[in-house]
Design a protein around this ligand. Structure first.
Ligand SMILES: NC(=O)c1ccc[n+]([C@@H]2O[C@H](COP(=O)([O-])OP(=O)(O)OC[C@H]3O[C@@H](n4cnc5c(N)ncnc54)[C@H](OP(=O)(O)O)[C@@H]3O)[C@@H](O)[C@H]2O)c1
Length: 265
């Protein structure tokens, strides 16, 4: 028997944390809409979920760097009669390097994917959730949200947006029956570093959590209605420490942390 009849849209479901979040929702019996650019990876996940969880998934490919992608996706699902109960805004990427040296287009795409598409998808799907008094939005932020990130300046700033935006909307929907949550992972073993044009260091690898662990923590926190969930005790302490330190010191430490975690590949 299904535990839930919900339909869950997961962006960035082709790898890493998004793929694991899809597995968590599928294990509850949810139907999945899996979105990313890599069709083969999405189809293989859909196959796995059909066999392992007896759940149906729809595979959709889209490049969220295209400003029109969220509206197209929304229109397609509405035309098919698919009601999205839970939106998981997970797709995102970073770029390692100095702001003034990284290609402008790549950084603009990053703001489009990490910020604009996340905000636009939320705006499109949230009103129907509020009307139905159920469901919600799980946004994947980062511990990068808590401080500036020299060496990944735009990426850190996008995640600060995600956290601030999520907390504000969560407060606005309080009492409607809809949950809006931000998951803040720290270092996690995924394709993120390679996509950011970097190699992870031994320091990163020693401290990284698995994507499955991070997703399980985020999924549980969302189901419990938590607004902000930082994955892992060490990451919670780090985020707390950042609040106590002077900002001038915090940004210097963040620079060192980035230099110690990633090397340009
Ligand atoms: N790994 C970490 O250390 C870490 C820490 C904190 C937060 N996060 C956040 O976790 C989320 C997931 O990242 P991950 O670590 O799991 O990395 P990942 O393995 O590289 O996964 C990123 C996902 O986003 C999708 N994506 C990227 N650009 C896209 C675009 N233009 N259009 C549509 N989909 C796109 C990718 O799919 P396609 O390539 O198939 O399009 C992929 O499924 C991101 O928001 C990231 O910022 C990661």
């Amino acid at each position: 028997m299904r535990l839930t009849e919900e339909t869950v849209l997961v962006t960035g479901a082709s790898s890493g944390i998004g793929r694991e979040l899809a597995r968590c929702f599928a294990a509850e019996g949810c139907r999945l809409v899996l979105l990313a650019r890599k069709k083969a990876a999405l189809e293989s996940l859909a196959d796995e979920l059909r066999r392992a969880c007896k759940t149906q998934s729809e595979v959709l490919t889209a490049d969220l760097a295209a400003p029109e992608a969220p509206q197209r996706l929304f229109d397609h699902l509405r035309a098919n009669g698919t009601k999205v109960d839970v939106l998981v805004n997970n797709a995102g990427f970073g770029a390692k390097g100095r702001f003034a040296e990284l290609a402008a287009d790549r950084q603009i795409d990053m703001v489009q994917v990490n910020v604009a598409a996340l905000m636009h998808l939320t705006r499109l799907f949230l009103p129907a959730m509020i009307e139905r008094h159920r469901g919600g939005v799980l946004n994947v932020a980062s511990t990068a949200a808590f401080q500036p990130g020299p060496g990944m300046a735009v990426y850190y700033a996008t995640k600060a947006f995600v956290l601030s935006f999520t907390e504000a909307v969560a407060e606005e929907v309080m009492g409607t029956g809809v949950t809006v949550s931000a998951l803040c992972p720290g270092a996690t073993a995924t394709n993120f570093a390679a996509a950011a044009g970097a190699r992870t260091s031994a320091f990163f690898d020693r401290n990284a959590m698995s994507a499955a662990m991070v997703a399980a923590i985020g999924h549980r926190a969302f189901r419990q209605g938590q607004v902000v969930k930082i994955a892992g005790v060490r990451n919670r302490w780090l985020a707390f420490g950042v609040r106590l330190g002077p900002r001038a010191l915090v940004r210097k430490i963040a620079k060192r942390f980035n230099d110690a975690s990633y090397a340009r590949s």
